[in-house]
Design a protein around this ligand. Sequence first.
Ligand SMILES: Cc1cc2nc3c(=O)[nH]c(=O)nc-3n(C[C@H](O)[C@H](O)[C@H](O)COP(=O)(O)OP(=O)(O)OC[C@H]3O[C@@H](n4cnc5c(N)ncnc54)[C@H](O)[C@@H]3O)c2cc1C
Length: 407
Amino acid sequence: MTMTEETSPSTDELSADERRVIELTDDLLAQFPPADTAPIEFLGQQFDRGLAWVHFDEGFGGLGVNPKLQRLVNERLNAAGAPSPMYRNPIGYGMCGPTVAVWGSDDQKRRYLRPLFTGEEVWCQLFSEPGSGSDFAGLSSSGVKDGDEWICNGQKVWTTLAHLSRWGLLVVRTDPQAVKHAGLTAFVVDMHAPTVEVRPLRQMTGEAEFNEVFFSDTRIPDSERLGEPGDGWRVSLTTLMNERVSIGGTIPGKGSGTIAALVQVWNDLPEERRDPVALDEVMALWSRAEVLRLTNIRANQMRRMGDPGPEGSIGKAASAELNKDIYEKVVDLLGADGMLYGSYEMVRPETAMSSDTLQKGFLRSRANSIEGGTTEVMKNILGERVLGLPGDVRVDRDVPWSEVPRN
Ligand SMILES: Cc1cc2nc3c(=O)[nH]c(=O)nc-3n(C[C@H](O)[C@H](O)[C@H](O)COP(=O)(O)OP(=O)(O)OC[C@H]3O[C@@H](n4cnc5c(N)ncnc54)[C@H](O)[C@@H]3O)c2cc1C
């Protein structure tokens, strides 16, 4: 049974919104067949019809309908081979767009969302710093108000695709006397400003898909603020919740994705290497992939309008660990071939998270349980917000940030 058969209502049960979304999608495909249309043109048309993020407001890439209906669009577009906004601009599409839609002014939404969706303007997320990753609310980069501008200084790290980015979603500390979560403010920053320096950071794949970014007296107009001064933590939660769903909430077809690669490797093995223990392990992984897929379908259906809830963190943790385990088994089964790696030459990739060979997929998968929040931190969220267990020890929550000891 396919995903569509399992979850889509029959034609006579369709609501008016569902019918409208389907009609608009079919019209888009009829007028702009993906095979004959340049990706930027197709994505622009998708945006203009309100099919980019259907729950966004009309005029800003959406139709103001339930986000669940996006599935009806995506299924049709995927089946027709339409381009994905995720490929060129994964951070922009998955996280920055939804954040601008919730926290941006109408001017910001008008200016940023369309070229973000088409991939003409790539975005990056400037949250992590050398001294604050999991404890992101403890960050030290500063923003000081100067007339109609803010002067920002500091260093960010692990900034995916900063080297290609036109805009960045930046969070800095604007009130060091407030407790750590209350003193943050979010901005859209011009990554081409001369005071912004981007330096490559190389990963174990050989590629540098992420970067260090330095801000030296970078001036940001107050009109580029997202939310009010001091709202930075709440703005970031919108980004982080969307990030977890974007990374871990994908609903592939049954048996597709990474697990299909493992099954293929198994099928290609010579008979004498297919032992029953390895088969058991492959089947256990296949079952875990299916359980995760069904869990994500359920989480998707429970998701209300607006921000995703803690279920995004659960899907993120489960998919990270599963992906790592699957690739480990792939490399095990490949035997000595698992060590064949093309080249470690330094490359600045055009997109993030791509795995064009199994060996590269294995190396890249090690980052899955760190990026977007570590598995340990996801487990804290699961424990506290879903299971109601006692909270993590937090000694700095009620102390002004300026008085919290740090190195
Ligand atoms: C491939 C990749 C891409 C990334 N892209 C971006 C990006 O585009 N933008 C961006 O801002 N950041 C990005 N990051 C950074 C990422 O968000 C951080 O690496 C992550 O949040 C962890 O922070 P850290 O590396 O500082 O580790 P730390 O926070 O120092 O953690 C170290 C270890 O301590 C554990 N730990 C920490 N706190 C707790 C706790 N309370 N309870 C239990 N265990 C804990 C962690 O799980 C981890 O094992 C990226 C990271 C990777 C790997």
